[in-house]
Design a protein around this ligand. Sequence first.
Ligand SMILES: [Zn+2]
Length: 160
Amino acid sequence: MNVHIQTQNRKSLSMRVTPDGLVVRIPCHLDPSDDVVDQFISRGLADLEKHQISQNEDGLSREEIQQKILKWAKRLDVEVSRIQIRPMKWKWGSISSNGNMTLANAVLALPESLVDYLIVHELAHLKFDNHGKGFQLLMDMTVPDWKKREKQLVAMAWRF
Ligand SMILES: [Zn+2]
């Protein structure tokens, strides 16, 4: 499981499912290995599990999503070798360096604009393995309002 714990100048703990995994933010006075942090995470995960998506007819179909991936891959000039849409825990998607893309089946319930954002985010990782300047520039050029979409996607996580 992908859990990133960040210490911040804040009062409470928070948890979000980002395109790259689960991000837990904790106040500076807490140690990441503290029991309180453990408990917060397991409670949050149990909550997410309860809200796991089953199937949703409003979103795009698997075929439509696959077509989109191929279209964006062509535009970004990257190769996708395999596409899987399956249940994933606490992650929206992942991509391996050989172009094997996996998306959480929760994408089947997302609005099209967020699916596009997520696909481009994953494909951009074939060129950049971090979220540095190059990655951001590519995102700016491909999906100019990607930061807004990223916020919307992260906010969606609790409605899995
Ligand atoms: Zn990423």
